[in-house]
Design a protein around this ligand. Structure first.
Ligand code: BV8
Length: 246
């Protein structure tokens, strides 16, 4: 059985990171789409640097929640080729919860990118005066802005195309507004996978099953159900992996 998990801002809400919709999509009176764009960066780079500095500083004050930890457990219980975790979030809570293979399709706050597109870890404030220690070029947040092409789309597309009846797709804490991530559930359904949504509120997305409630409660339950399907219920040892799908 293969499982594709897509997470959005809602999975980090119980860790104290505001979602885009909760913030009303605004920041310092600016629409996120205005600030989180190449045009916004060209227009007012200091505003955009500040926007990400504040969110990067906040990362140090928050911790992964049971939803992040449950997905790390599910990853450990499955053959690598049968599990894929894709996040739209730029926080590092999946990584800090122990997930080893996370595709950050919209980039990540704890990294910067030089003018050659090379990525380097970056945990402090990032300002216009900062330069890449390797190339001396200007740095920008390693974040995919609106109008830019998300990361890892080839790998994501291959995994979606490999899904078959009996496999699972689960979207956790995403409003399904932002494309191309918003199209993944329908694609998984077209391949015959069962599609599950975990969300506090209805989104109207194309799901076979909805688990209404906070991610911190519903995700561990979903993972327990997956482990039972894999014959790896909560009383099973965490060592080894079930046989991969032939
Ligand atoms: C692209 C990084 C071309 C920045 C982000 C018209 C139609 C279709 C598409 C478009 C269009 N006009 C423009 C577009 C394209 C655009 C887009 O989709 N715009 C939207 C606004 C219409 N997309 C792009 O520009 C993308 N690029 O299209 O390039 C291309 C593509 C492919 C191939 C070739 C060319 C790039 C998009 C990436 C933008 N960058 N992030 C930053 O973070 O600052 S997106 C950003 O917003 C987040 O990363 C996230 O993805 C998105 C917010 O979405 P969610 O994560 O879902 O968060 P949200 O707050 O909306 O929802 C939270 C949900 O959680 C809610 O449902 C809530 O009920 C739930 N929840 C809350 N608490 C809990 C909970 N659930 C459970 N438990 C809880 N406790």
């Amino acid at each position: 059985m293969r499982i594709f998990v897509l997470t959005g801002a809602g999975i980090s809400a119980e860790s104290g990171i505001p979602t885009f919709r909760d913030a009303g999509g605004l920041w310092e009176g600016h629409a996120v789409e205005d600030v989180a764009t190449p045009e916004g960066f060209a227009r007012d780079p200091d505003l955009v640097y500040r926007f990400y500095d504040e969110r990067r500083r906040n990362l140090k004050k928050v911790e992964p929640n049971p939803a992040h930890r449950a997905l790390a457990r599910l990853e450990r219980a499955m053959p690598p080729e049968d599990f894929l975790l894709v996040t739209q979030n730029i926080d590092n809570l999946h990584d800090r919860a122990g997930s080893r293979r996370v595709l950050h399709m919209h980039g990540r706050l704890d990294a910067a990118r030089n003018e050659r597109g090379e990525v380097l870890p970056w945990s402090g404030d990032l300002r216009a005066a900062d330069r890449c220690p390797r190339t001396g070029t200007r740095l920008r947040p390693h974040v995919v802005w609106f109008g830019e092409i998300p990361l890892h789309l080839d790998e994501i597309g291959r995994f979606l195309a490999s899904l078959r009846p009996g496999d699972l797709f689960c979207a956790i804490g995403t409003s399904g507004v932002v494309w191309p991530a918003a199209g993944f559930a329908a694609e998984a359904g077209r391949m015959g996978a069962r599609t599950v949504e975990i969300n506090r509120e209805p989104t109207g997305g194309p799901f076979d099953e909805v688990r209404r409630g906070p991610a911190g409660i519903e995700t561990p339950r979903f993972v327990e159900d997956c482990l039972a399907l894999l014959g790896r219920g909560s009383n099973a040892p965490e060592d080894g992996c079930p046989p991969s799908r032939p």
